[in-house]
Design a protein around this ligand. Sequence first.
Ligand code: TPP
Length: 282
Amino acid sequence: MNTEIQEILLKANEIRKLSLRMIYNAQSGHPGGSLSAADILATLYFKVLRVDPKNPGWDERDRFVLSKGHASAAYYAALALRGFFPIEELFTFRRINSRLQGHPTIHVPGVDMTTGSLGQGFSNSVGMAISGKIDKKDFKVYVLLGDGECNEGIVWEAALSAAHNNLDNLIAILDRNMFQLDGATEKILSLEPIEEKFRAFRWNVYTVNGHNVEELIDAIEKSKQSNGRPNIIIARTVKGKGVSFMENTHEFHGKAPNKEQFEKAMQELNEKEMSIKKGEIE
Ligand SMILES: Cc1ncc(C[n+]2csc(CCOP(=O)(O)OP(=O)(O)O)c2C)c(N)n1
């Protein structure tokens, strides 16, 4: 395995372990959607994003918006691993007076937009991309949204606006894990055919396995070459990815593991770490 890919996979595994430890310590948080997004966040923070942890407000930086703000544990873990703040601070997650609240705020170093109300972050990312165009800046705006989140009308208003304004500097990634808070997306309010919907809205659409780092990098590289259209990468993922009993269920959407579950989860992720180090990929 290419060592760069191996490093990103190890970071993703570390994001999973840290997220679960944070959620377990707090006995509160969202494991399912944090685990599904871990490979995407690791790819962004350890390969793609032009950011400077020593200067989080750098004007030329790429912007990132976690529109599915409830996956904050994975986001904070990625930021800490990238050097925006100390790893130890992660264990203040969801405590009173901590900067690391249940949903991200701009008070956290590296966070570009306060999110949590589904759909709002996606709409904000369109505004950021418009301002990049007005200011003639060459930064990109990346936004990660959930599939349940696409039930929100504001997502589709923002999608119309992005195409109307030719926002080729906008790269959205959809964490298409097929589950939302209380069940399967297709049973609650179906989205399929999601690719056709975005194409009809005049977006460039790429579909990838959202746990395959090479496919993610490739789709992002293509998106960066886009001329005139906003981009969306439909990342097919597994909710709860990496922990057998959390996979493909909404049960761990917003529920912390108990002691036994936490220990089993960590054992599985430690085994995964060993197999990544040995160069075995699933
Ligand atoms: C406007 C709004 N309504 C409801 C919620 C509560 N809520 C938090 S997460 C969630 C489900 C989101 O599902 P999805 O986007 O699929 O998240 P993922 O599976 O990626 O974690 C809901 C309804 C919210 N945060 N904001």
